[in-house]
Design a protein around this ligand. Structure first.
Ligand SMILES: Cc1cc2nc3c(=O)[nH]c(=O)nc-3n(C[C@H](O)[C@H](O)[C@H](O)COP(=O)(O)OP(=O)(O)OC[C@H]3O[C@@H](n4cnc5c(N)ncnc54)[C@H](O)[C@@H]3O)c2cc1C
Length: 366
């Protein structure tokens, strides 16, 4: 064991917290320093577009490391400390305040930032971006005044905000440039199902629509010109990151598990990352989940019949499950994850038969 090893983790999101805690577990004698540019105990971001906006929770209700915080695990948490530079030769990071902090191993978990669109400068009246708790508080305060909301981008977070706004009685329109919503994460069938559920809750979703200009209308509201020729008026606009490249995994589970493995390895471990990618999203009364890697040409697509309001779709690659999408099917999806991660061979007819328990399929020889 390397007693006294110093590990610096930069970034206090789920990846950074998981890295710091896993490093401490791997090497209890190590000095673990977690540097975050934010000023509060690391908190979970998923509630920001859901319970925080509707007023059912506050950001500090969901600390990543639990109610006792990161420090309870023996990690030194330093808040309000942006790291500005890394001196790899000298093995040190430099903070904004000019402090130099040496390390034996450095883990970078700085996450990503919102892409700002020149047409929608942050800070302009009525324009909101959502990533941090401060941005969530600002958007929440405005949504609770009522009025109308225009969401640009029909991705997971945009649709979650649309669902939260609709719940608050805010008239909501979503503009999506692609021919369908959630094109990056769902197949057409699930996209249409989710689209329909939004429509039934009063959300106006316009697919295949691009934005060409933003202007202030004479009544003080904002007007967004769409390439369809329409102008959509709204009191506020929320802008989210658009579709990413094919291997970018912007989801909580990946951040948490990848971070933990990075932290363990920084503290002397030797663990390989082989977790099936997955996401979840909550919109209206739907708990939407996806797991696995979609394949360009699945050998079979199978639907498992479930009760009303629920759906479960599989894509197979030969005898193996490659990808699955579920709505309100959390228990089944937990088993599906294990089928995918263990590479268990499956039978398409059994998957399509709700009378055949998925858990029994885990017993098949790999
Ligand atoms: C509104 C919202 C809702 C979401 N909902 C879901 C969901 O329902 N399901 C799901 O799977 N995923 C969801 N996600 C995605 C999930 O939260 C992210 O994938 C996850 O937070 C990424 O974790 P991370 O640790 O890599 O990065 P982040 O959470 O972005 O954390 C990075 C941290 O590093 C800090 N940092 C950056 N640069 C520096 C620096 N130089 N010095 C010091 N600190 C720095 C940042 O301020 C931040 O605190 C949501 C994200 C958002 C924004």
């Amino acid at each position: 064991m390397n007693a006294g090893r110093k590990i610096v983790v930069v970034g206090g999101g789920p990846a950074g917290v998981a890295a710091a805690l896993a490093a401490k577990q791997q090497d209890a004698a190590a000095d673990i320093v977690l540097l975050s540019d934010e000023t509060q105990e690391p908190y979970e971001k998923p509630p920001l577009s859901k319970a925080v906006l509707t007023g059912k929770a506050m950001p500090h209700d969901a600390p990543i490391a639990g109610p006792k915080g990161v420090a309870a695990s023996g990690v030194r948490l330093t808040l309000g400390t942006p790291v500005k530079a890394i001196d790899r030769g000298a093995r040190a990071v430099m903070t904004d305040a000019g402090e130099r902090i040496g390390y034996d191993a450095l883990v970078l978990t700085t996450g990503s930032i919102n892409r700002t669109l020149p047409m929608f400068p942050e800070g302009q009246k009525g324009v909101f971006y959502l990533r941090t708790e401060a941005q969530a508080r600002a958007l929440k305060a405005r949504l609770h005044q009522g009025g109308s909301l225009l969401v640009i981008g029909g991705g997971l977070i945009g649709l979650e905000v649309a669902a939260s706004a609709a719940e608050l009685g805010v008239k909501t329109t979503v503009i999506e440039i692609a021919p369908r919503i959630l094109a990056r994460v769902c197949n057409t069938e699930i996209s249409e199902l989710i689209h329909e559920r939004h429509r039934s809750r009063g959300v106006d979703i316009r697919v295949g629509t691009a934005v060409s200009a933003l202007r202030e209308l004479t009544d003080g509201r904002l007007g967004v010109d769409a390439d369809s020729g329409d102008t959509i008026a709204a009191d506020l606009i929320t802008r989210f990151p658009g579709p990413h490249g094919p291997v970018r995994l912007e989801n909580w589970r990946h951040a948490q598990e990848h971070g933990a493995i990075a932290g363990r390895n920084a503290a002397g471990g030797d663990v390989v990352y082989k977790v099936a990618p997955s996401f979840w999203s909550e919109q209206h009364d739907m708990y939407i989940q996806g797991v696995g890697w979609p394949v360009a040409r699945p050998s079979a697509r199978v639907r498992r019949p479930l009760g009303a309001g629920a759906a479960l779709l599989f894509e197979l690659d030969g005898t193996h499950l490659a990808h699955a999408l579920g709505i309100n099917a959390q228990r089944d999806m937990a088993v599906v994850r294990r089928l995918i991660e263990r590479g268990v061979p499956v039978d398409a007819r059994e998957l399509a038969d709700a009378g055949k328990p998925l858990a029994a399929m885990l017993k098949a020889k790999v």
